[in-house]
Design a protein around this ligand. Structure first.
Ligand SMILES: *Cc1c(COP(=O)(O)O)cnc(C)c1O
Length: 370
């Protein structure tokens, strides 16, 4: 008789629900017999622009070196980031996407008997990383879909090692301001690590969102995580980074895989940092697309959660899954968020003008039918 490996797994792993990614275009094409070119995917908060030509050129140039291991220290990228943000290279940890950073944190500081705090309606990877380490999840009820930072600080106990906060948050798009972040950081004991996930921060430039990096010198228990997957348009390559005290970075370095970031991701991330014009175009396209979707929702009499990310959660005030199904039949992939406890919402990533219009036209037809 074979063993039941599920019951042999860590108890917390038995509770864990695996991450559900946005439906791939190929899969929808197969299921509904649609042409891939007729499908619009607005489900994974990907950048709708083509990659920067500086990035594709750098990758092409690096291809002859594929037989070599990557630079395990990530020297060139760390130098560039340090220069850009006025940091020391020893404060930077590179990750295979910023998801890797979240997992490294969990591996280093979480274990059975310990807990991590995060908000209701926050990123699905926080509970996954926590439970995979055997630790307990302390999920704090949200306030108006956003983080209730006061309640999160109040939820800390002697076994709390990590607090995950996202600004702006995914899937809600909600954000908190500088004063709220500062008040929160002042309340958190300095032996509890605060992971400030800024995956979308580049979209929020010149807004009322705080820049997490500004708080590093005051709070030695703060780690800021960022990614090249969103505004920099490199989701396929898996590269992100954390900025923290040198002490925290040194611990993360102990638990990471020796070659956790690949060579093509390194050269691409360096090239992306040199292409500020691409970032500007990402931001402009996102701002325009956000406006386009909000106007469309208004015309359709729908409400939504104001967002500072590259996505928006729209509320149908009834079960959104039949609407999602009908959108899929029309070749439009958005993201159901029932798994996040938001069954009446769909999360829509901001696409190009044409993609946003395709989505709004399909949605208009779907809503007219019932
Ligand atoms: C997309 C996203 C990430 C980034 O993931 P990568 O692993 O860097 O691609 C991190 N945090 C949040 C909240 C996200 O939405």
């Amino acid at each position: 008789m074979s063993s039941d490996f599920l019951t042999l797994a860590l108890p917390s792993v038995q509770e864990l629900s695996p991450y559900v990614p946005g439906k791939p275009v190929e899969e929808l094409a197969r299921e509904f017999g649609l042409k891939e070119s007729d499908i619009v995917k607005l489900a994974s908060n990907e950048n709708p622009l083509a990659p920067s030509s500086k990035v594709t050129a750098a990758i092409t140039e690096a291809l002859p070196d594929l037989t070599r291991y990557p630079d395990g220290s990530g020297f060139a990228l760390k130098e560039k980031l340090a220069h850009r943000f006025n940091l020391e290279t020893e404060q930077i940890t590179l990750g295979n996407g910023s998801n890797d950073i979240l997992e490294l944190v969990a591996r280093a500081w979480l274990a059975p008997g310990r807990n991590a705090i995060f908000s209701e309606y926050s990123f699905a990877v926080y509970p996954i990383a926590t439970l995979a380490s055997g630790a307990e999840c302390r999920q704090v009820p949200a306030k108006n879909y956003g983080h209730d930072l006061e309640a999160m600080a109040a939820a800390i106990d002697d076994n709390t090692r990590v607090i995950f906060i996202a600004n702006p948050n995914n899937p809600t798009g909600t954000w908190f301001d500088q004063a709220a972040l500062n008040a929160f950081l002042r309340k958190v004991p300095n032996n509890v690590l605060v992971v400030l996930d800024e995956a979308y921060i580049e979209y929020a430039e010149q807004s009322d969102l705080p820049d997490g990096m500004d708080f590093l010198s005051r709070y030695s228990n703060l780690l800021v995580s960022r990614t090249f997957s969103k505004a920099y348009g490199l989701a396929a390559l898996r590269v992100g980074y954390a900025v923290s005290s040198k002490e925290i970075a040194e611990v993360l370095n102990r638990v990471r895989q020796p070659f956790n970031v690949n060579s093509l991701a390194f050269v691409a991330a360096c090239a992306a940092l040199d292409d500020q014009e691409y970032l500007e175009r990402s931001r402009t396209m996102n701002n325009q697309g956000m406006q386009q979707l909000e106007e469309g929702f208004k015309r359709l009499g729908l409400s939504w959660i104001p967002s500072r990310g590259n996505f928006i959660a729209v509320d149908f005030q009834r079960d959104a899954s039949p609407i999602n199904q009908e959108l899929l039949q029309k070749g439009v992939i958005v993201r159901p968020v029932a798994g996040y406890g938001m069954p009446t919402f769909l999360r829509v990533s901001i696409g190009t003008q044409a993609e946003n219009q395709r989505f709004l036209d399909a949605l208009t037809e779907v809503l007219k039918q019932d």
